[in-house]
Design a protein around this ligand. Structure first.
Ligand code: PEP
Ligand code: MG
Length: 757
């Protein structure tokens, strides 16, 4: 059963289009369950109509012809109820509807199961038998499992189907792919699919013009890998028994074989570029080996993949020297399974128009980075067939999370209009730069910038930020190949402190772990967000922590605009230890003759335990800063990066709002200021509530700053409090969001919560 499922899912994922995917499913299920008929009906969720899309057993002419509504027939009954229907004699059932073109009068037993993806019925999978006996329990559960497993694959194949216009060059008004808003704005441009180095599965298809040159490129990479294997062989000879070095012989044989090399050359001749052709060849071999019973041959799967990765790596190394013009056209929309900070950094800033990522959500660090750079981003587009969209025209709507591939002219024109309106809105907001951030009744709510890249110092200054509310020090750590030394860090921090002086800069100590990995400090954990992260790492490695604290304090000499912020504190013990180390670093620097001062220290409230101990924390430190990204993640038990549960992640959840109110009250009881530096501060609806709570300052990406200033300046404190009161009486996040969006629209701020003015 397990291997049947695995084979089907693999084959379906490798299918070239929806029809082929569905044919594979019906054939495999019929074969393996030993039934007389297997068919698939797909549903149009809007019209609630089902269409027979593939069948092995019914008359082939009926495929594409039989159409019925959810209210009709047994298949409709399965879709309507979203539950299996299992009958020994279908014609006896009152809902039985006979379609003469199918020839199904011969079949009696009927079992239909729904195919459900993200709570929507995508279709119905049906098996039928001549015999008049109900399908047994095992068959029902197997079919239900197949239906559940295939839902994602079918959605994926459907998405490919809707992209078919790509091949025919005709612009089809395809359904948009749905993802999650990552960074606001609208991007219109050319898709450039990027893959992690040597990740063969993530390679997209790409048309090749010069077939001969492409074949040579491939053969040269094969030659280099052959040399590499020979070198390995020489090194190992003598060190290993000859039986073990036989592996290298096998590698060399594969590298000379017609199946690996010849097949790839053939695919290049058919028009695909070398990496895409290699991917198809490797996938085919892997599938063939995987299907073998022989354990030894099964093992070869890894060898083939390894060779594929090596050849790909060589080609990518060569490609690295390629001219930027070819790699990243103007208006690049970067697309990938997972877009990393370094992938973003590789595109010349003037060429990047947007980011679309299959994984991640609004609070992933990639989205945060995109926002810092002012680039629209859509995250968690799980059904995006990445390998098929390279170089297509795409529109990414960072407000609604919609992505259009090869949009029709009507859709393009509409988005061009919205983009123009956006630009007008941003232009109009520039006049807010010099204005104070205060409510209409004169209450000041200073706005600070979140930064982390040296390159966003300028945009932050230009946005009129009153300082830096959160400087994420992990970014300078991420772009290096080892831990930066004390002096190296001092210089980076000095640049930031100097650029903003005399305005305050709050620097957070290293917060790696979770989804922020350092390439030179890998951490393998089952639950990284609940694991070794932030202050937990730096307390375990005082040498790293102290070097950072010393660098920060030294950078602050003569400027005195530094504040320290401690991430991921979950208990008072951690805070006390961290404070001790801060005092120690300060004392030691004084002893060394440095003219350092003890900076103000704050704690990030981002773990729920700190909400309930906010009083004790506020007593010990100078200020609190609420990290709504992690606080929401931990309070609601929703992974901030997991697209599958992203619709459950909402900082406007009433439970989160109550936690925020609690924290603000605790801080103020001790006369300490509290700011919010999570993404909620840059969300117009969120900001309106935070002002109502009495939060003392807000910190956000520079690209959101003027928009939020517009919100602050459009509402009175009284009105914000009213909105907060109303929100606290509601029970669900979507009610809170709808109420606030309506209030913003009413206040003339609608352009902030949707595309357009
Ligand atoms: C937060 O958790 O809200 C926060 C600001 O920190 P980060 O997003 O870097 O985890
Ligand atoms: Mg955090």
């Amino acid at each position: 059963m397990f291997s049947l499922l695995r084979t089907i899912v693999q084959e379906v994922n490798a299918a070239r289009n929806l029809e082929q995917a569905l044919e594979i499913i019906v054939r495999r299920v019929k074969e393996n369950l030993g039934v007389d008929v297997c068919s698939i009906y797909l549903s149009n969720t809007e019209t609630r109509e089902l269409l027979l899309m593939a069948s092995d057993g019914l008359n082939p002419e009926s495929v594409g012809q039989v159409r019925l509504s959810w209210e009709q027939g047994l298949v409709g009954l399965v879709a309507e109820r979203a539950e299996p229907v299992n009958l020994d004699n279908a014609p006896d059932h009152p809902r039985y509807l006979y379609f003469p073109e199918t020839g199904e009068e011969r079949y009696h037993a009927f079992l239909g199961v729904p195919v459900i993806h993200h709570r929507k019925v995508l279709g119905v999978l049906v098996v039928q038998q001549h015999a008049e006996t109900r399908f047994d329990e095992d068959t029902v559960t197997v079919l239900v499992t197949i239906g559940a497993q295939l839902a994602g694959a079918i959605a994926h194949a459907e998405a490919i189907g809707s992209l078919e216009g790509l091949q025919t060059e005709q612009r089809v008004d395809s359904r948009p792919l749905q993802g999650l808003p990552g960074a606001s704005g609208v991007a219109i441009g050319t898709a450039v699919v990027v893959a992690p180095f040597a990740d063969i599965d993530a390679i997209p298809d790409r048309k090749v013009e010069d077939v001969v040159a492409e074949q040579e490129r491939f053969l040269s990479a094969v030659g280099q890998v052959r040399d590499e294997v020979r070198e390995m062989m020489d090194r190992m000879n003598g060190a290993l028994p000859s039986a073990d070095t036989a592996l290298f012989d096998a590698y060399l044989m594969m590298l000379d074989s017609d199946s690996l090399v010849g097949d790839t050359l053939e695919r290049i001749r058919a028009g695909n570029w070398a990496p895409g052709a290699l991917r198809d060849t490797v996938t085919e071999h892997v599938r063939a080996f995987d299907a073998m019973e022989d354990a030894y041959l099964k093992e070869r799967v890894e060898d083939v993949r390894d060779l594929g990765r090596r050849i790909l790596y060589r080609m990518q190394q060569e490609g690295k020297q390629d001219d930027d013009d070819r790699e990243y056209p103007r208006g690049t929309v970067l697309i990938g399974e997972e877009i990393t900070a370094s992938m973003l950094a590789e595109v010349p800033p003037e060429r990047i128009a947007g980011v679309v990522s299959v994984r991640g959500s609004r609070t992933s660090h990639t989205a945060i980075l995109a926002r810092a750079m002012g680039i629209p981003a859509v995250m968690g587009v799980t059904d995006l067939p990445v390998s098929r969209v390279d170089r297509c025209t795409v529109i990414a709507d960072g407000y609604s999370g919609r992505v259009y591939v090869n949009p029709s002219e009507a859709v393009s024109l509409e988005y061009i209009r919205l983009q123009r309106e956006e630009a007008e809105l941003s232009q109009g907001l520039l006049s807010y730069r010099e204005l104070l951030s205060e409510t209409t009744d004169g209450i000041r709510v200073p706005l600070y910038a979140n930064t982390g890249l040296v390159s966003d110092i300028r945009p932050s200054l230009n946005s009129g930020a009153e300082g830096v509310g959160l400087y994420r020090t992990e970014f300078p750590f991420m772009v290096r190949e080892r831990f930066p030394g004390e002096e190296e860090q001092r210089q980076v921090y000095r640049q930031v402190l100097e650029a903003f002086a005399p305005r305050p800069v709050t620097m957070r100590t290293l917060d790696v772990g979770g989804d922020k990995a350092l390439p030179y400090f890998p951490i393998q954990e089952d639950n990284p967000f609940l694991g070794w992260r932030g202050i937990r790492i730096t307390l375990d490695h005082p040498e790293i922590f102290l070097a950072q604290l010393r660098a920060m304090m030294k950078a602050n000499v003569g400027l005195d605009n530094l504040a320290l912020l401690l991430p991921m504190i979950s208990s008072l013990g951690e805070l006390d230890e961290a404070m001790q180390l801060i005092r120690r670093a300060h004392a030691e620097l004084l002893e060394e003759g440095e003219a350092v001062t003890l900076p103000r220290v704050g704690v990030m409230v981002e773990v729920p335990s700190t909400v309930f101990q906010a009083d004790s924390i506020a007593e010990r430190v100078d200020f609190l800063s609420i990290g709504t990204n992690d606080l929401t993640q931990y309070l609601l038990a929703v992974d901030r990066n997991n697209g599958r549960v992203a619709d459950l992640f909402d900082s406007l959840h009433p439970a989160v709002l109550k936690a925020l109110v609690c924290t603000v009250e605790a801080a103020h009881r001790h006369g300490k200021p509290v700011s919010v530096c999570g993404e909620m501060a840059g969300d117009p609806a969120g900001a309106a509530l935070l002002v109502g709570m009495g939060v003392d300052s807000l910190s956000m990406s520079a690209s959101s700053l003027l928009r939020i200033k517009w919100v602050v300046r459009s509402l009175s404190m009284g009105r914000s409090r009213e909105l907060l009161d109303q929100a606290l009486r509601l029970e669900r996040p979507e009610q809170v969001r709808a109420m606030l969006n309506a209030a913003l629209e009413e206040a003339g701020l609608g352009g902030l919560v949707r595309a357009g003015k």
